[in-house]
Design a protein around this ligand. Structure first.
Ligand code: NAD
Length: 305
């Protein structure tokens, strides 16, 4: 007897990624590699292209992709544009990975709401804003949720899925299915939580490391060494900060300063801004707290002395 496949109301096919920075470029490429048609919206087209192509060495090293396979992924990125209307035109799902600024995200969600088809699910990759802060900027709170990816998604393949009380269960289900299709492990939160699960654990660690550094208690390598030897972790807070990227980390401290007016956050922001101006933006730029591709903390001798 023939097996009759029950077709879903629709299958996701076209995915828009808004913002092709550290995370957006990774989400765009991983989605394209998994066979979806991807459109990318970024205000600088050339930097978006460069960032996506720069993932080649990571995918070759970690997933052993051949040149041809990497190119097949690139071929599924159908458009990279600075025009929201073009990118969202036929999107089933739009994942927003724009800078961590509420004003910027508000402007974007108001604009994309006017331009997107009714079917489009909106998902934010925001690390610090919960979906009920962003959903009111859209015209579709029942089709809005957060999907929070971890940096280096091809290796650290989790996505935290968090809706509001208004998000439709069907949308959570669609997002979960999509996550699995792009080879992520979905982590579904039952209620809203600032920082999800990962950042509820991680941000206090990074903030404490930065505070120790800004107060002059110890330098980054010494702080990392203590953490790594004592816990057996493969990297310490400053190795992680380089991976996250100093622009995002500085923005989180800037937001903390705006909320608390605590001067210690301002001190950290000033120190990080100076590093960013000097080109120390983290792993992506080849230097941050460490120099890449061979940061000192990965040297086997680092933990011996
Ligand atoms: P990023 O600064 O590396 O990238 C932002 C991108 O948006 C850049 O390509 C920039 O050119 C583009 N952009 C800026 N303003 C724009 C505008 N008005 N219109 C269109 N494009 C614009 O940031 P990121 O680290 O990739 O973070 C993006 C989001 O992902 C944030 O919400 C952050 O909280 C979240 N996130 C980051 C990480 C991380 O490890 N970096 C992890 C999980 C989630």
């Amino acid at each position: 007897m023939a097996v009759v496949k029950v077709r879903r109301k629709y299958e996701m096919k076209n995915i828009m990624i808004a913002g092709a920075g550290v995370l957006g470029s990774q989400i765009a490429y991983q989605t394209a590699l998994s066979g979806f048609n991807v459109s990318v919206y970024n205000h600088h087209i050339d930097t978006a292209e460069r960032r996506i192509k720069a993932l080649k060495s990571d995918y070759e090293r970690d997933l052993h992709l051949t040149d041809k396979e990497f190119q097949q992924g690139l071929d599924n990125i159908k458009v990279i544009t600075d025009d929201i209307a073009t990118a969202v035109k036929d999107a089933d799902l739009m994942i927003e990975a724009l800078p961590e600024s509420l004003e910027l995200k508000e402007r974007f969600y108001e604009e994309v709401s006017e331009l997107a088809p009714d079917k489009t699910i909106f998902a934010s990759n925001s690390s610090t804003f919960i979906p009920s802060q962003l959903a009111p900027y859209t015209d579709r709170p029942e089709r809005f949720l957060n999907m929070h990816f971890a940096n280096q998604i091809w290796k650290f393949n989790v996505v935290e899925i968090m809706g509001t009380s208004q998000t439709s269960p069907e949308v959570i289900e669609e997002a979960t299915k999509f996550a699995r299709e792009i080879k992520m492990v979905p982590i579904i939160l039952n209620k809203e939580q600032h920082g999800y699960i990962l950042n509820s654990l991680l941000i206090p660690l990074l903030a404490s490391g930065l505070s120790l550094w800004a107060k002059g208690v110890a330098d980054p390598a010494m702080i990392d060494k203590d953490w790594m030897i004592s816990t057996g972790a493969p990297m310490g807070p400053f190795g992680i900060l380089d991976m996250v990227g100093l622009r995002t980390a500085a923005q989180i401290e800037r937001n903390a300063y705006a909320q608390t007016k605590d001067e210690s956050h301002k001190e950290i922001v000033d120190k990080m801004e100076q590093m960013i101006q000097e080109g120390h933006e983290g792993k992506e730029s080849g230097q941050g707290f460490y120099n890449y591709p061979n940061p000192a903390f990965m040297d086997p001798d680092f933990l011996k002395h």
